[in-house]
Design a protein around this ligand. Structure first.
Ligand code: DUC
Ligand code: ZN
Ligand code: ZN
Ligand code: ZN
Length: 490
């Protein structure tokens, strides 16, 4: 046969177009996009009839934690590379960029990269790539940025909070200065660690320990101040940054102001900041622990509205999951470790920070029916590929250039259903979105021409180990404003 796969009768939606086309796939690549009637079933080994459903470039989730140690206490994330990438493809996401964590006691970033490769290799259902988490920004780490680029890593994450990870402002400048030279995008967790620690002490003095006080202990000002400081430091060096997991509309305002001034400041938000609020943490007993993440869900609808607007108006470049899964009912790190005779209902500060969401990111957002479809593709796939140097191999459907990664949705009129954790493919004992009404779910996921998810025909049919490591190039979105930077000029 001329082609390996044809997908017929679908509505192709990319970040810049919505058009009825048929798709032909050959050797794992998009070979042709044709008007109806040109391609026919006889021309390929396999045919999918999309029956009018939307076909989009496979989801790219650029913020996922797999097989990582917890940030405080004992234990690690519930998902490893096998279960996390399995969950991704069942939710329509074909590429993950996960984190390779460097510990403070480990001076080398390359060592952290090698260790992460060993955890991922042969275990992945989806394609994958890594951001390095830099928590020890000493001379050794800084000297390795050039080698990271050669190894296909063009982004780093740094933290302004958490004792185990936090960098001082001078260390942040060291990172940004070398990132500028090596054309690396720096992702920043922008929360003021001192404000958080101080607030935790005040809550403890009043014996307020319930899960909902996690929200109180991470006030908007911690996020707003750190966001403005991160923008200031990156503006000083003139280097692109991305503020990760923005939850506060007031922090988003600092970001859009910086963008209006022409600074290369990018931002990310996540479904938890569109769908969860403090109320989700304010439940009887320990239940609220299921929605503890940092930054926390904010107060209410007006916050959600501000974040949706930021997606619509381009303040947010990407919508990632920040999938950071921990078991609820677990003795090492979950409920049983947090509840004690001293804290019979637990203590919020010992709850690991993070929610699962790699599988629900696309469906929840699409089901909300709020974003224009092309904008949805842009923020859930295309922009992540562009920002992190994977475009147009990923995030696009360009013949001869893009991998044949597709998320194919049900045609109009799919029966709504209630989400339950038992439907999901992660290794977590809950979803924060239990019981939500879903209006869509991927019917098929295709990765490099192979059908890896067919909801009505076997479900998960991809193979562990099929996922490949993706070497990334420089960002095609983000760059410095001027070629030269000299400390004398500032
Ligand atoms: N930061 C993340 O990126 N994920 C989960 C917890 C956190 O603080
Ligand atoms: Zn973070
Ligand atoms: Zn809402
Ligand atoms: Zn994260």
């Amino acid at each position: 046969a001329e082609y390996d796969l044809l997908v017929l009768n679908g509505l192709v939606v990319t970040h810049d177009n919505t058009v009825e086309l048929d798709i032909a796939v050959k050797d794992g690549k998009i070979a042709k996009l044709s008007p109806r009637g040109v391609l026919n079933g006889g021309m390929a080994k396999k045919v999918i009839d999309a029956e009018g459903g939307m076909m989009m470039p496979g989801g790219v989730d650029a913020h996922v934690h797999l097989d990582e140690p917890a940030l405080f206490g004992k234990g690690e994330t519930a998902d490893n590379y096998e279960t996390g990438t399995r969950s991704a493809i069942a939710g329509g996401t074909t590429t993950l960029i996960t984190f390779a964590p460097q510990r403070k006691t480990e001076p080398s970033l390359l060592a952290a990269l090698a260790a992460t490769h060993a955890r991922a290799k042969g275990n992945c259902y989806s394609d994958y790539s890594f951001h390095l988490i830099c928590s020890n920004a000493g001379p050794k780490a800084i000297s390795e940025f050039a080698a990271l680029r050669k190894a296909g890593v063009s982004s780093l994450k740094i933290y302004m909070t958490y004792e185990a990870l936090q960098l001082k402002d001078s260390e942040i400048l060291d990172v940004l200065f070398e990132a500028r030279k090596q054309k690396i995008v720096t992702m920043i967790h922008a929360e003021n660690g001192a404000i958080i620690d101080w607030t935790i002490k005040k809550l403890e003095e009043k014996k307020l320990f319930a899960p909902k006080y996690h929200v109180t202990s991470h006030p908007p000002v911690a996020e707003i101040e750190a966001t403005y400081r991160a923008i200031s430091l990156s503006g000083f060096i003139d280097v692109p940054i991305l503020i990760v997991h923005v939850s506060s509309p007031a922090a988003a305002k600092h970001i859009s102001d910086a963008q209006r001034k022409g600074l290369p400041v990018y931002a990310e938000t996540c479904p938890q900041y569109l769908f969860l609020t403090r109320k989700d943490l304010d439940k009887p007993g320990f239940e609220g622990a299921k929605c503890v993440c940092s930054p926390p869900p904010r107060e209410g609808e007006q916050d959600h509205e501000g974040i949706w607007r930021g997606l619509e108006d381009g303040t947010f470049t990407v919508l990632s999951s920040d999938h950071c899964p921990f078991l609820y009912d677990n003795t090492e790190i979950g409920k049983k470790s947090v509840i004690s005779s001293e804290y019979p209902n637990g203590h919020f500060k010992y709850i690991p920070n993070g929610c699962p969401g790699v599988e629900t990111r696309l469906s929840l957002t699409l089901s909300a029916n709020r974003l224009q479809l092309q904008k949805f593709v842009e923020v859930t796939s295309t922009n992540a590929a562009k920002l992190y140097g994977l475009y147009p191999r990923k995030g696009a459907l360009i013949s001869g250039e893009s991998d044949a990664d597709l998320t194919i949705w049900y045609p109009e009129g799919m029966k709504e259903f209630e989400l339950t954790n038992s439907m999901l493919h992660h290794n977590v004992d809950y979803t924060p979105y239990e019981g939500r009404t879903m209006k869509q779910w991927p019917r098929y996921t295709v990765l490099r021409g192979e059908v890896v998810w067919a909801r009505d025909e076997g479900g998960l049919i991809g193979k562990k180990g099929y996922g490949e490591f993706l070497k990334r190039d420089v960002s095609s979105l983000a760059g410095c404003r001027s070629e030269e930077w000299d400390v004398e000029n500032f």
